[in-house]
Ligand binder design. Structure first.
Ligand code: ADP
Ligand code: NI
Length: 223
């Protein structure tokens, strides 16, 4: 099977697989990340667009936070599907490595593996965590988890280990400080950096409006 028919087939499988996914990690998230990845990838020299597409499509098929923390399911399903499509082993290894290494929480540990395609997919995914969509996804996830939106008595934890980050049940506003506002300075590619700047400023303006409407600005809001 050619890699382009593999992309079509995997896209169909992912769409079905994510039918019941939480609103921020569903097929529309994958479509937006895919769009971002194409925009960013077109500006990067020498990256393999098919690897970028396949890794993007497969990156959230089994997010550990919806599978009792199991980090092995996603890479395992991705490998099975790619093997069924007879994708060459070297390509499978690359795609599975991208999926294993792209997440924010894994970047809280010392991580070594990278590739130009990982940088593109990671930026594309990070862009969907910030800006207008990022705000919507954060509150959707907070609602899904029954979290408070905001509590001025509970300050964000700015330096968390991966384990602390996974256990956190803090109000959703804290997630902006614990992850979303950090992403701008973690972007890899020139296009990603530019796109992130606009979305970052939009989130900061949003937070300021939020506090204005509450009639109080928490002491820890400094951006
Ligand atoms: P990754 O899957 O890249 O390791 P996360 O688990 O931090 O990253 O989250 C992915 C997305 O899920 C976030 O960008 C956000 O939209 C949502 N999310 C995760 N944790 C929270 C949280 N505590 N509050 C609100 N949204 C969250
Ligand atoms: Ni994602």
């Amino acid at each position: 099977m050619s890699l382009s028919s593999t992309i079509d087939l995997i896209a169909d499988k992912v769409k079905v697989h994510l039918i019941k996914a939480e609103g921020g990690h569903d097929w529309s998230h994958i479509q937006r990340v895919w769009y971002n990845a194409k925009v960013i990838g077109a500006q990067e020299d020498g990256v393999d667009e098919e690897i970028i597409s396949l890794a993007t499509l497969l990156h959230d098929i089994a997010d550990p936070k919806f599978h009792n923390g199991d980090e092995t399911i996603g890479p395992r399903i991705a490998r099975e599907w790619l093997e069924e499509c007879k994708v060459p082993e070297v390509t499978i290894v690359h795609i599975v490595n991208i999926i294993k290494h792209m997440s924010f929480k894994n970047s809280l540990d010392a991580e070594v593996w990278t590739s130009p395609e990982l940088k593109v997919v990671q930026d594309a995914d990070r862009l969907d965590a910030i800006g207008a969509i990022g705000i919507a996804r954060a509150f959707n996830y907070g609602g899904h988890k029954d979290r408070a939106m905001f509590d001025p008595e509970i300050a964000p934890a700015l330096q968390m280990t991966k384990e602390e980050y996974k256990k956190s049940a803090a109000p959703t506003i804290n997630h902006f400080y614990e992850k979303l506002l950090k992403l701008k300075s973690m972007m890899n590619t020139k296009t990603g950096i530019k796109m992130a700047a606009e979305r970052h400023d939009y989130m900061v303006a949003y937070l300021e409006q939020f506090y204005k409407e509450c009639g109080l600005t928490p002491s820890w809001h400094q951006v």
